[in-house]
Design a protein around this ligand. Sequence first.
Ligand code: PEP
Ligand code: MN
Length: 284
Amino acid sequence: MIAISHARAAKPQRKVDRASHPEDTVIDLGGGVKIGGGHFQVIAGPCSVEGDNLLTIAARCKAAGATLLRGGAYKPRTSPYDHQGMGERGLDLLLEARAQTGMPIVSEVMDTRDVELFVNRGIDVMQIGARNAQNFALLKEVGRTKTPVLLKRGMASTLEELLMAAEYIMSEGNERVILCERGIRTFETATRNTFDLNAIPALHHLTHLPVAADPSHATGCARYVGPMALAACAAGADALEIEVHDDPANAWSDGPQALTCDEFDTTMERIRAIRSAISSPRGE
Ligand code: PEP
Ligand code: MN
């Protein structure tokens, strides 16, 4: 019998694995805003940047206790006929909101050709959306920058694929990656996606990177966002990303899942209650 050997060169040590870095990675965004290793932050704001209402929403999110502002200037839309984002003008508005509130800003980059623009404008965190979770060219491009990356799980990505996507970024030199569970596609149709809360403790076990959770895209329905934000918090999320709008019924994108500013106030109060009730959700 001929022995067939599948032996290859030893697997390289992956940067993403907890084995290569036993301590939690803490991502420091300046101004006292840190994510990971016990530091918890809430990222809030509209799905799309739409105009001056961003400034109103930003002020309300900050007053409620959010510490980072999100808003999409480049939007991945299922239909090419839907609003595609304000582009550079949207980035300008985010920078204006940052100047007014002091909150670091998070915005999605969709194209390798825009990465330099995001870096030059000083966007604090580049988001890679679920639809680009395995866009390896884009992952490598953001990996060549020093800007922290919020990497969303693809809608059909396993945790291993999510970790490998992070590895693409880290292997290029940028080790400041925040993973984000945002729901996966399953047979269930009553909600936009199925929130995989298992991902939170499982990722904390497998990797040292901070783990964020996005109950807005995970549920697709504003009335489920509050309860699932609390659940993600209790499961040990290092950050939450929540869509908030001053007028959800007229939002340019994702209105049905946006909390009003008042609803966000209440949700933040409850998040604080969960945080103080569960001082160490990972049971350490
Ligand atoms: C978003 O954050 O608005 C977004 C498009 O998210 P996702 O990539 O998770 O769908
Ligand atoms: Mn959205």
